[in-house]
Design a protein around this ligand. Structure first.
Ligand SMILES: [Zn+2]
Length: 442
């Protein structure tokens, strides 16, 4: 699912370059909406096959797709209402509001097509075709996908990295090694960057919270409900235990994050050894007495006029919808507050404009002055950096007949392409929407 500019994203998301009913099966790498978010529309347009994904991914999608539909319906209703109000007083407005891509009922329909599939097993995916899921270490349930297709007595192996994680993150097991393949489609989000070591993140986070609290401000943290929120909760737990952060209220304001946290509790098979150690010592890694999860909208609104310092973690992670928008609308004009960015922010998102410190940003279509401090913690990234990607590809580099870079902006792809050529002798391509390539020739 394309995210960003409403109208543009709507166009891209509704135009499929294929007939939905002609697709036999879908293999889904992980639950993040940029990967899973358009499945309800695929089903609505006639797809009638199976969606293969790990059990954790299927459980996450159940909540995430419904939440995505709910927010789209709510946003559309809000914009529609305002549109009508403005027309009524004769204010010129541009075009009709964009409708939702799909409804909650469509999201529920899509869930009926999911088939939870184990990792490391060949799964039948139609005539002469199998898929196999491997751990990608990116978020709970995330997988790389090996697609094998037999043709004229020869087998073609296409590996899709999905989004690839990092070797050492607090919650998940490290990514599996890349299996042998002929062709590789690989993500390149951080193809031009090397992350700071994760060991420094706790110190930085503690310092930022102390500083903001001392000046009486709020710490507003946009975070993906899946993964980033749970990592932050675990970090805050550890910092509170060590008394490295002041005794101020800590909130997770996201009904989705509450449901997602339940899914995390249900899947200990995905935990890293560190996290298993933490749970075995009797502690709850996803909650502690100082932290409150807010489910009701009235609880969320209660923060609006709370004058004391506090920390609030809320979704969506790129500030494109959800309750975080209300916290930002309330908070970004006050220089005492801190907006703490903890994940990748795509082009054309509000999150990206905050990172770039635009002096004025639009929230719900209204211009607001950005006076709050903005800080970025990239250490928590769930994406492999340039060296992680090179390390992951290296063992299979000599067999690869073709490499395609996706999921990265042009600068990231250019940098990764140069490094792959220089360090591994691999010629990678950067396909654009609508390109096709022939596999299995030569
Ligand atoms: Zn992802």
């Amino acid at each position: 699912m394309f995210q960003g500019h409403r109208r543009e994203a709507f166009e891209l998301n509704t135009q499929f370059p294929f007939e939905a009913s002609s697709i036999r099966a879908v293999a889904l790498s992980h639950a993040h909406l940029d990967h899973s978010g358009n499945l309800p529309l695929l089903v609505k347009k006639g797809f009638n096959g199976v969606i293969h994904a790990t059990s954790a991914t299927a459980d996450l999608c159940q909540y995430m797709l419904a939440d995505s539909a709910f927010l789209q319906e709510k946003d559309a209703a809000f914009l529609e209402k305002r549109h009508k109000r403005r027309l009524a007083i004769g204010v010129a407005v541009e075009g009709a509001p964009v409708p939702p891509l799909y409804t909650v009922a469509d999201a529920e329909n899509a869930m009926r097509h999911f088939r939870p599939s184990p990792r490391h097993q060949k799964i039948d995916a139609g005539p002469n075709a199998t898929i196999e899921l491997r751990n990608a270490g990116h978020i709970l349930g995330s997988s790389c996908i090996l697609f094998e297709y037999a043709m004229n007595g020869r087998k073609i192996r296409l590996l899709f990295s999905g989004d690839l994680g990092r070797p050492s993150v607090p919650i998940l097991q490290p990514p599996d090694e890349a299996p042998s393949a002929d062709y590789l489609i690989v993500e390149s989000t951080y193809g031009d960057r090397i992350h700071e070591p994760i060991t420094t993140v706790a110190d930085k986070l503690a310092r930022l919270i102390r500083k903001t609290s001392e000046r009486g401000g709020h710490v507003i943290v946009p975070a993906f409900a899946v993964g980033r929120t749970q990592e932050l909760v675990l970090l805050l737990h550890q910092l509170a235990e060590q008394r490295l952060i002041p005794d101020i209220p800590l909130f997770v304001d996201s009904p989705l994050a509450i449901n997602v946290t339940d899914v995390f509790r249900k899947h200990p098979e995905e935990y890293s050894s560190d996290l298993l150690g933490f749970t075995e010592s009797g502690k709850d890694p996803f909650g502690f007495h100082r932290l409150r999860y807010l489910r009701e909208a009235s609880e969320s609104k209660a923060l609006n006029d709370l004058r004391m310092p506090y920390v609030v973690i809320s979704a969506s992670g790129m500030c494109e919808g959800g309750r975080i928008l209300h916290h930002l609308r309330n908070g970004i004009e006050d220089p005492r507050n801190l907006v703490l960015i903890t994940g990748f922010q795509a082009q054309n998102t509000l999150g990206r404009r905050l990172v770039e410190r635009h002096p004025e940003v639009n929230i719900f279509g209204e211009p607001m002055a950005l006076r709050a401090e903005v800080a970025v913690l990239n250490e928590l990234s769930a994406h492999a950096d340039q060296q992680d990607l090179v390390r992951w590809i290296r063992p299979i580099a000599s067999e690869l007949k073709g490499v395609f870079l996706v999921h990265g902006e042009p600068a990231a792809q250019d940098a990764l392409r140069a490094v792959l050529k220089e360090q591994l002798g691999v010629e990678a391509r950067s396909p654009v929407r609508g390109d096709s390539a022939e596999l299995g020739g030569g």
